[in-house]
Design a protein around this ligand. Structure first.
Ligand SMILES: [Zn+2]
Length: 156
């Protein structure tokens, strides 16, 4: 799912009812919003959001800005973190899909991530769908078919 930029994750997710079970769901992409600006931290974890949140909170308490971009934002900008507003953006148990989707979310929304995630090709950011890819493959196969038919007619 790709959101249009210009809207913040908070505005999109604010109307979603809290789902406490998602806090304990392993394998998620999540965001941690800031109370004082419209930026969020966007992350992925194979563990649960509950565990990951407690790690970010511990880093804030212990001033460990190297370990957590959330701690860095809150300590360097003197902004307050909206821990209660933290939410799962999507569930994804497969690691490489999680990394790709995390990178798409990072590129789509204002964030204070230190690491911008996977360096994904702009093609993934466009609205290319599986249907488009299927059509491209079919067209390619037809071109190959015509090419080999042409070669066959010339030499045989
Ligand atoms: Zn902020």
């Amino acid at each position: 799912m790709i959101f249009r930029s210009g809207r913040t994750l908070r505005s999109i997710l604010s109307h979603v009812k809290p789902q406490p079970d998602l806090l304990n769901h392993p394998g998620v992409i999540y965001h941690i919003p800031c109370l004082d600006c419209d930026h969020s931290y966007i992350g992925e974890t194979g563990r649960t959001l509950r565990v990951r949140l407690s790690e970010h909170q511990r880093c804030c308490k212990n001033f460990e800005t190297q370990k957590s971009a959330v701690a860095q934002h809150c300590l360097e900008e003197h902004h307050r973190i909206d821990w209660q507003g933290s939410a799962v953006i999507e569930k994804e148990s497969i690691w490489h899909r999680r990394r790709i989707n995390e990178a798409i979310h990072i590129k789509s929304f204002p964030n204070f991530n230190q690491d911008q995630g996977l360096n994904i090709s702009p093609i993934w950011m466009s609205n290319i769908t599986q249907v488009h890819i299927f059509i491209i493959i079919i067209v390619y196969l037809f071109i190959l078919l015509f090419y080999f038919t042409y070669i066959y007619n010339i030499y045989i």
